[in-house]
Ligand binder design. Structure first.
Ligand SMILES: Nc1ncnc2c1ncn2[C@@H]1O[C@H](COP(=O)(O)OP(=O)(O)OP(=O)(O)O)[C@@H](O)[C@H]1O
Length: 748
């Protein structure tokens, strides 16, 4: 071996088989084998790999190389699989000899290598990735119960010009917004609101709800006599759950107000300077758009808001406002409003319909008109029942998802998650035109990690600055990140940038899940499953908006497959895309080609072996990058830690599907480019030790301590709150003082 220069200096991590001189070798040392077995023993739950099958490969104590018997090589060649059964083979190797794979060192990978890596790479095969395709759990068949999805017709043939609107407002719709016909929800909601009725609007994502209240609101305000003045202060209050949504709603209202310059819109949101907001409030804002936390902050602290002139209250994305635990803030705002102004028109909007929303409608609305766009019978119904009756109308807990949205699921063992995600992104963004993808991950740290990793490792993008021989070219893969740890300016820039690009990838947390109207998004990838079906609907609702086409892909581990049935119970259905179909797209990219492919594989065209090689090369590049310096390794560990922390906070109703105990730590670590499970993972109040004893008890204790509903609420809320709530600030400071450690609130 040594004289052939074929990596005798392989590190302990390597067990990728290499094909050399027609022989297949596995470089697993006896020690490494023992270590792997020990690690496997630590695996817990369903996602743990199946017991290792005995191989006929023998290990010589003197040598680090195991030589398969010649017979076995022949047997494998005979059993070369057809592409059809690749999935089975990828997850459950039938052949006892590992497939022949020869992996070449990659220039790009070496760019991220440590000195040691580089030495090992020089002239040798430098792949250090333990086999991605071995010891993975079986991918079960997906049970897809029959569902009867609710559909809503988006457009009507009715024109805005048929409404009794101010001609300048009509002209703005036609010339500025370039819209002429109403959507179904607008057709029903606008007349009700123009008639002065309180209105509850439930309609699918991307169906034009903002204009459904925006148009009648502007029509109402421009007609007021005497004419509205800045000094009147707020005449309308619009509450939205997130800063980005506040910004977006503000921009739409601003457009509608173009011909009516005397009406001043304004925005309050966390992350801005309180002092400058106070000054703007004092100057006078007629349409006040705000997140609840920030408005309460001004009510209580700056005392610069007066509600005495308020004529309209809009609760947009009411379900999200409640999900985030803003009930208390909303109650404070309602109390403040009720004290100052009795007569006002109220509007409540939601894409999903929950008991909480119905209760909120109950306390904030007076004899409301309920607008629901029904579709089972392809019939639009305007129903004037009290909202309490809505649960019995068939709309409860079942959500209309745009008909043109194609939903998919891919089942991926933990070890293969990262390469599968990367392969999918590359397939879309490098080989197809104008693809705009949103990837939802579970925490800020995961988003940061993926952003650093993917921008550095995937070819064709260099942090948005790709050049070519012909000059400056738009990058093939332009990544943007959006999460709650970014400051407001960064968040706004990211949001605006992704709104404007023709193709690119937005890596984000659920901060981008609600209400954001990002044009021409083609794919939604849920890299981590959402914590509720409601969240699922909102995430996928970022595509297929207003009648356009769109697709979504949900990543699930084999142990999480039951989630498909959970979603089906809410009338959400999806097609499966096989993982190997996604990975096969790597064949389009020769950068990930193995140096030599065994000749017998070629005869089979698209082979399992070549896909595996390329996936392994890609994973190796990820691992090399992650291990190229301490900073990268720390970022990966932090991301893994926060992923586990978020995983432990799935609600009790979903624990049977997503339970931390079902995760295999080593495999999960691999999906963060880590070659091994970190030894000491500090998670929440406890630590996960990857040591040999007491591991399970410690894990149990750690997650028990952090799995309470309260902590989930705090984690979620922190993303959306003003960040200035006195109670929370005090609490955090108190904790800091007494424990001398950072506050517990974590952003997503
Ligand atoms: N009548 C219309 N004709 C064409 N486009 C429209 C019409 N009304 C609204 N739109 C556009 O549709 C897109 C989606 O609108 P909007 O964001 O209000 O949807 P939504 O129902 O509030 O979605 P979500 O529930 O996700 O918040 C926007 O780009 C908006 O400009």
């Amino acid at each position: 071996m040594a004289e052939d220069g074929l990596m005798l200096n392989i590190t302990e991590n390597l067990d990728v088989p290499v094909f050399y001189k027609n022989k297949s070798f596995s470089f697993k040392t006896a020690d490494k084998w023992k270590e792997k077995k020990a690690r496997k023993r630590k695996a817990i739950g369903d996602d743990a790999p199946p017991p290792k099958q005995k191989t006929h490969v023998t290990t010589s104590p003197q040598s680090t190389v195991k030589m398969p018997k010649k017979k076995e090589i022949i047997k494998q060649q005979e059993e070369e699989p057809s592409p059809k059964i690749m999935s089975e083979i990828l997850t459950k190797p039938k052949v006892k000899v590992i497939p022949e794979v020869k992996v070449a060192p990659k220039q790009q990978a070496s760019a991220h290598m440590t000195g040691r890596d580089k030495r090992e790479g020089e002239g040798h095969c430098s792949v250090k990735t333990s086999s991605l395709f071995k010891n993975n759990p079986l991918i079960p068949d997906i049970q897809r119960p029959e569902v009867n999805p609710l559909n809503e017709e988006v457009f009507t043939s009715n024109l805005f010009s048929e409404l009794d609107l101010h001609p300048h407002l009509l002209a703005t719709l036609t010339n500025v917004l370039k819209i002429t016909s109403m959507t179904s929800v607008q057709e029903q909601a606008i007349p009700a609101l123009l008639n002065g009725r309180d209105t509850v609007i439930r309609s699918q994502t991307g169906s034009g709800k903002t204009l459904a209240y925006g148009i009648p609101l502007v029509q109402f305000l421009q007609a007021l006599q005497p004419k509205v003045q800045r000094s009147d202060g707020p005449l309308a209050v619009v509450l939205v759950p997130t800063r980005e949504l506040a910004l977006q709603s503000f921009e739409i209202i601003q457009k509608l107000l173009k011909p009516f310059m005397w009406i001043v819109p304004g925005i309050l949101m966390g992350g801005e300077k309180r002092k400058s907001e106070k000054a703007r409030l004092r100057k006078g804002i007629n349409i006040l758009i705000s997140t609840p936390g920030r408005l309460v902050d001004h009510i209580n602290n700056t005392k610069s808001v007066s509600f005495k002139s308020v004529k309209w209250l809009v609760l947009d994305e009411a379900d999200r406002i409640l999900d985030l635990g803003f009930e208390k803030d909303v109650s404070s705002i309602l109390n403040a409003l009720n004290t100052s102004c009795q007569q006002r028109q109220n509007v409540l909007l939601s894409a999903t319909w929950t008991e909480g929303v119905i209760k909120l409608a109950d306390v904030s609305m007076r004899d409301p008109v309920t607008v629901q766009v029904f579709t089972k019978s392809s019939k639009h119904e305007e129903d004037t029942e009290q909202p309490q009756n809505l649960l019995s109308t068939g709309g409860s807990e079942s959500f209309a998802i745009p008909e043109q949205l194609k939903q998919h699921v891919v089942i991926v063992p933990s070890k293969l998650r990262l390469v599968t995600l990367a392969a999918f992104i590359m397939e879309k963004c490098k080989h197809e035109k104008n693809q705009k993808i949103i990837v939802f991950a579970s925490s800020c740290e995961v988003v940061k990690f993926l952003f650093t990793l993917l921008t550095n490792v995937l070819r064709g993008c260099t942090d948005g600055q790709e050049t070519s021989s012909i000059g400056l070219q738009p990058p093939l893969m332009d990544f943007t990140k959006l999460h709650g740890s970014m400051n407001q300016q960064e968040r706004t820039e990211a949001f605006l940038k992704f709104s404007q690009v023709k193709s690119g990838i937005l890596l984000c947390t659920d901060v981008a899940a609600r209400g954001l109207d990002l044009p021409q998004v083609t794919w939604i990838i849920q890299y981590t499953a959402p914590a509720s079906h409601t969240e699922y609907v909102h995430r996928v609702g970022r595509t297929a908006r207003i009648g356009t086409q769109g697709s979504s892909l949900l990543f699930l581990a084999p142990s999480e497959v039951e989630y498909v049935s959970v979603l089906a119970s809410h009338n959400i259905t999806m097609e499966e895309i096989k993982m190997e179909t996604v990975l096969a797209s790597l064949l389009l990219d020769d950068h990930y080609k193995g140096r030599k492919v065994a000749s017998h594989k070629k005869s089979h065209g698209v082979t399992q072996g070549e896909v595996r090689v390329r996936a392994t090369v890609l994973q190796t590049e990820f691992e090399n990058f992650v291990h190229s310096n301490e900073e990268n390794t720390q970022e990966a560990k932090l991301a893994l830690q926060s992923f586990l922390r978020a995983y432990a906070t799935y609600p009790a109703t979903l624990k049977h599907v997503f339970h931390i105990k079902k995760l295999h730590l080593g495999h999960t670590a691999k999906s963060f480019g880590l070659r091994d499970a970190p030894q000491n993972l500090s998670i929440g109040h406890g630590r996960i030790r990857d040591g040999k004893s007491k591991q399970q008890q410690e894990r149990k204790r750690a997650f028990k301590a952090m799995g309470s509903e309260k902590s989930v609420a705090n984690i979620l809320r922190s993303e959306y709150s003003s960040g200035m709530e006195p109670g929370l600030i005090k609490k955090t400071q108190k904790k800091k003082k007494s424990h001398n450690r950072p506050g517990r609130r974590r952003k997503m």
